[in-house]
Design a protein. Sequence first.
Length: 87
Amino acid sequence: MGQSAGAASVSALSLSPNSNVYFQQTVAFSGSIFCEFAISDAVVADNIELIKTVGCDSEDTSAMRDCMKKLDVDRIMDAAEKIVSSY
């Protein structure tokens, strides 16, 4: 279940073939993955910057994913705090 940005996350998870083992059903209140704030160019740019900041930049998206999965949450949070967005 999620509201606003959480609803966007819930809808993204419900569409992902990688998360179907974790969820049987989802509820999204007041938002979806298709909301402007969830798919704006700023969001994409911030995610690319985050990936670069933590050292997981690669042409291979599987390698990026594997790198991100190995990171400690504190490292990701520290990197995210350094990224300033316009949304």
